[in-house]
Design a protein. Structure first.
Length: 558
């Protein structure tokens, strides 16, 4: 057993002040803008902006520890605003940039946020309807004219405010941020984290991956998500590497090539889309043949990774959701070993990780230093981490249910631990369902088998009170298979999958939906986790009709 109390040397703000002093002329951020503009900000630039924004916040005479919200697509100003909120003595509340108006209102009202930073957002008219009138708005530089109208503008603050002097900092035990979970089962919960938790992640994560000032990262996943915030914002503060940002989905490929990251974190959907981009250039069968040729394989790998902007990649990490084993093997053949990680908002993304050379297909790695993991009698994964949350905001009873008297976080995930400490996630405790035959089915391992097919985007195995489970799937946006070919391939996939399962787990059908599941349709969370209760609510009434059909693979009309 390792200690769960690492020594904390400095908080996030002190880490920033050290960058400001010691690396003043080094570039910290590279921010693309409209019309192919690219701005590079030194740590001195970052400090000047953060200090002026902090002065403005302090001038608003809010009570110490007031909540200040952040809602924007990723940009350097998001991180600068976060620093300013802390400098001014307040608590940051990030919101996903694609939340529905009702959720925006619930989070802002629950957190009692008084000020909100707003940046580049896609559906401002809808989002604006969810912002209470009493919340004051500050628009970030990349906000559209429509968004900025009627707000206090970032540029005006920089021109009018003097920078906050000195090095103001908050006690390590003070509340730094409230992170609202993506809510697969209902209203998001406000996860409270202290400066000590953030500092611990900053200090220990760099050691895990030998992070250096010479490294480069591309930030494109929502900074409101704990994994991106830990990997980019907090990791950078403590390790000083350069962070590049994306301008839009349309420019993602160019932004990735500009950054040529040495560290790259992605969720499974991004890894899948990058795979699709390669297969658009080289058909899968041809690529497999080329990679079997010793001399040619090396040339092909260098050419393809270079075209993606990933030829300098040192560490590739996947997290936030399970990565299919077939996708991991595909990237391994391309020369990219993806290291899986496992953590939650509730422990600020610090729990388990795979180290270079120790990847094991199907496992998410060993417990990180200072983390203790065990399984309950029911097989639930319990984690004691020095970064476990302070609790859920305004939810003392739920907090006590989630972190027990011994300090273990009850993750809700079911798992297995190998003899050498590798953790395998086998599903969510609440996801396991019982068929009408009285047999229990864990959907996650079956979904992993189905996701071997590159044309499938999202997969949900369900079937409570049905004779046999069924699989509901959506297609990848750029899936190139014609209807007849895909029908045959999915029938073959279904047969192969069932042959590897116990009889009570055999799928009766695969139902293919023509349109993607989106946040707007309330089927997935902003982090693209499937809301299983919403899937059942939306589609279970149609199951009797599908089961009356003779086909094993059915293409639904909507």
């Amino acid at each position: 057993m390792t200690s769960v109390l690492p020594e904390i040397q400095r908080g996030p703000l002190q880490a920033f002040y050290a960058r400001e002093r010691e690396n003043a002329d080094d570039i910290g951020f590279v921010q693309p803008g409209p019309e192919d503009e690219v701005e590079s900000l030194t740590w001195r630039d970052v400090g000047q902006q953060a200090r002026r924004i902090a002065s403005y916040l302090q001038a608003q005479e809010l009570a110490p520890g007031s909540r200040v919200a952040l809602m924007s697509s990723n940009c350097c100003h998001w991180i600068i605003a976060d620093l300013a909120i802390w400098m001014a003595g307040h608590i940051s509340v990030p919101l996903y940039p694609i939340l529905a108006a009702d959720t925006v209102r619930k989070v802002l009202e629950h957190s009692e946020a008084e000020i909100m930073f707003v940046g580049k957002l896609q559906d401002w008219e809808t989002i604006r309807a969810g912002i209470p009138e009493q919340v004051s708005l500050i628009s970030l530089p990349l906000a559209s004219t429509e968004i900025a109208e009627g707000t206090t503008r970032w540029g005006d603050i920089l021109r009018e405010q003097l920078p906050m002097p000195g090095e103001p900092a908050q006690p390590l035990e003070a509340l730094a941020t409230i992170i609202y979970t993506s809510g697969t089962t209902g209203m998001p919960k406000g996860v409270m984290h202290s400066f000590a938790n953030l500092a611990t992640v900053g200090q220990l994560t760099g050691d895990l991956y030998d992070t250096r000032e010479q490294d480069r990262m591309l930030s494109y996943l929502p900074l409101a998500h704990v994994a991106e915030r830990a990997a980019v914002e907090i990791n950078q503060l403590y390790n000083g590497f350069r962070v590049y940002f994306t301008h839009s989905l349309d420019t993602f490929a160019d932004d990735l090539r500009r950054a040529r990251p040495t560290l790259f974190f992605a969720v499974p959907r991004i890894w899948s889309k990058l795979q699709q981009r390669v297969l658009e250039q080289v058909p899968e069968k041809k690529l497999e043949r080329l990679l079997r040729l010793p001399i040619v394989a090396g040339i092909v790998r260098r050419k393809l990774t270079g075209a993606l902007g990933m030829d300098k990649l040192r560490i590739a990490i996947s997290g936030a959701a399970p990565l299919s084993t077939s996708l991991m093997r595909w990237y391994s053949n391309l020369g990219i070993d993806i290291l899986e990680g496992y953590a939650m908002s509730e422990n600020f993304a610090y729990s388990h990780s795979t180290q270079s050379g120790q990847a094991r297909i199907g496992y998410v790695g060993n417990a990180n230093p200072h983390v203790i993991c065990k399984l309950s009698a029911e097989g639930e994964i319990l984690v004691k981490s020095p970064t476990n949350m302070l609790g859920y905001y305004k939810e003392p009873e739920l907090s006590a249910q989630t972190i027990d008297s011994e300090g273990y976080l009850h993750t809700g995930d079911k798992g297995e631990i190998s003899a050498d400490g590798h953790l395998k996630i086998t599903g969510r405790i609440k996801d396991i369902f019982k068929t009408s035959k009285g047999k229990y089915v864990a959907p996650a391992p079956i979904e992993d088998k189905l996701q071997r097919h590159t044309a499938l985007e999202l997969v949900c195995v369900t079937g409570a009170n049905l004779p046999q489970p069924i699989a509901l799937v959506t297609l990848a946006e750029d899936a190139s298979h014609d209807h007849a070919t895909l029908q045959r391939e999915l029938e073959s996939l279904l047969a192969e999958t069932n042959a590897s399962l116990d009889k009570h787990e055999n799928l009766s059908q695969i139902i293919v939906f023509p349109t993607p599941w989106t946040v707007e349709s309330n089927i997935v969370t902003p982090t693209l986790k499937i809301k299983r209760p919403e899937v059942d609510k939306a589609y279970m009434p149609r199951v009797p009709y599908w089961q009356s059909q003779p086909q094993r693979v059915i293409f639904a009309d909507h």
